[in-house]
Ligand binder design. Structure first.
Ligand code: NAD
Length: 505
């Protein structure tokens, strides 16, 4: 026991440019999910820590927001180089606390880096609009200014990418940003904070405040916080949106998902099976854009299920640090037990578990939180395995008779994050993408996460608020518009007061 305490790391906040344990007395253990061992002690913020972070952010926002675009952008370019140079280190931190395989963790850093690159071009996004001589002698122009202090509350499944969906855009547009990372894998956020500092970002512009509901509630209700970006599960997204809007803040809250991949009989079944397999089981299914439901249309079903099952059985599950592993553990023992329960319930309700990962034991990792790839065929819409976001390596197969029926299933689902269609018909693909009530669509692409120059966001219960995240919508979210109507009358040409509502002339 003593030895364990000695080998665990203290995971602190990053407030006003320095690491600090803060004054909060509560702590929480952080685990390596591949071994089941506690590896860190996380310090949770109290009210005093929160106040320190918010006041440092408020002070920093004033000077940072006033700094020239050229100087702000120079910091972004340096940060881009530093993140790229520390990709391996960031990935190792991710794998150690999240469990995903290293190659996947590096991919996550790469997709976050893309948003930094978008933010390096922020001058283009902030150019504003100008109408010359709209009325005689009058010009009208609009431009945008930062909100001030914004906070980002992020989920465990992308401890680097999701913070980078937010912070680079918030900071490039002139805000101070407070990150409240997931308690499950908090360490990568501290390396990000150091890299920002080394890039020349003034103290207080990027801070990390660790905590749970107490800290989140403090941010949602704090009068000095102007905006909230949230990514996480749907019930919390809804709560965050309601609470923070009630306290006068601008909010974007991205929630959970149940993403369907429709496979038509005319699809190349090998391509469909390869892609769905990777999208269902990559990162142990713990992605908000994971494919968790394959909707097999008509005669596609039998062949598709055979090919999916064959591929799922071949996945090498193990410690994400080992190069041979293709899939790692899930995040907690509770998650593992919940996943197993849902699979068992589906089986009892008449579904066929064609690949069963419930009892997988990984050699030398008996205490790891592993669940093997699982494929459940003949799932119905009234089963828990369909209704709930499982967030594990479980692929449900639904059989339908037509593309129309597939679209009905997707549109009846309360989530609307991502979806995909596999077909060789442009006409069917077009019908599909026009009719589904989902925010992000892949055509023969299983995980259609938009590149950083297009914004990311779902529909229905997958997003609360008006703005999608990063890309042009991210810029709009973190800024407020101003429109100026301007006249410079020639001296001594007073035209007298008019009491009619002004119109153009
Ligand atoms: P979560 O909702 O449990 O936690 C997200 C954040 O909210 C964490 O920082 C956590 O500390 C905080 N939180 C948790 N409970 C809270 C409460 N009661 N009050 C206030 N704050 C609270 O989500 P998670 O388990 O960390 O992440 C997985 C979920 O995130 C999945 O549902 C997944 O689909 C979703 N997700 C969505 C997207 C997207 O873009 N839509 C992206 C990634 C993850």
């Amino acid at each position: 026991m003593t030895q364990q305490i000695e080998t665990t790391q203290q995971i602190e906040h990053f407030i006003a440019g320095a690491r600090t344990a803060g004054s909060g007395q509560r702590t929480q253990e952080v685990y390596n999910p591949a071994t089941g061992e506690a590896t860190g002690v996380l310090h949770l913020a109290d009210r005093e820590d929160l106040e320190r972070a918010v006041s440092a952010a408020r002070a920093a926002a004033g000077t940072w927001g006033e700094m020239s675009l050229a100087r702000r952008t120079a910091v972004l370019f340096r940060f881009r180089e530093l993140v790229a140079a520390h990709t391996d280190e960031l990935a190792a931190l991710i794998t150690a606390e999240h469990g995903k395989v290293l190659s996947d963790a590096k991919g996550e850093v790469g997709r976050g880096l893309e948003v930094v690159e978008f933010a390096c071009g922020i001058a283009e996004q902030l150019k504003g609009e100008f109408s010359d001589q709209f009325s005689t002698g009058i010009d009208v122009y609009s431009f945008r200014q930062p909100l001030g202090v914004v906070a980002g509350i992020t989920p465990f499944n992308f401890p680097v990418m999701v913070p980078l969906w937010m912070a680079p855009v918030a900071i490039a547009t002139g805000n101070a940003f407070i990150l409240k990372p997931s308690e499950r894998d908090p360490s990568p956020s501290l390396l990000l904070a150091e890299l920002w500092q080394r890039a020349g970002l003034p103290d207080g512009v990027f801070q990390v405040l660790h905590g749970d509901k107490e800290t989140v509630d403090g941010l949602l209700t704090h009068p000095e916080v102007d905006g909230i970006s949230f990514v996480g599960s749907t019930p919390i997204a809804k709560y965050v949106h309601e609470t923070a809007t009630k306290h006068g803040k601008r909010v974007q809250a991205l929630g959970g998902a149940k993403n369907h991949a429709v496979v038509l009989p005319d699809a190349d079944m090998d391509i469909a099976a390869d892609n769905i397999n990777a999208a269902a089981f990559g990162s142990a299914g713990e992605r908000c854009m994971a494919i968790s439901v394959a909707v097999a249309v008509g005669e596609a079903a039998d062949l598709l299920v055979d090919k999916l099952a064959e591929r799922a059985r071949g996945i090498r599950v193990g410690n994400g640090m080992e190069a041979s592993s293709e899939m790692g553990p899930v995040i907690t023992p509770a998650s593992k037990e919940r996943i197993r329960r849902i699979v068992t319930a589906a089986e009892e309700d008449g579904a066929a578990v064609v690949v069963d990962g419930r009892d997988l034991i990984v050699e030398d990792h008996e205490n790891g939180f592993f669940v093997g790839p699982t494929v459940i065929d003949r799932v119905r819409q009234d089963m828990t395995a369909y209704e709930e976001e499982i967030f594990g390596p479980v692929l449900a197969v639904l059989r339908v008779d037509s593309l129309e029926e597939a679209v009905e299933v997707i549109n009846a689902n309360p989530y609307g994050n991502g979806t995909a269609i596999f077909t060789s018909s442009g006409a069917y693909a077009r019908q599909f993408k026009r009719q589904v009530t989902v925010g992000m669509i892949g055509v023969n692409v299983p995980i259609p996460v938009p590149v950083a120059w297009h914004s990311f966001g779902g529909w229905k219960d997958s997003l609360f608020g008006d703005h999608h995240i990063y890309g042009p919508d991210g810029v709009r979210f973190y800024t407020r518009g101003k429109a100026v109507t301007e006249r410079w009358p020639e001296p001594h040409h007073a035209s007298g007061a008019s009491f009619a509502f002004p119109s153009s002339s």
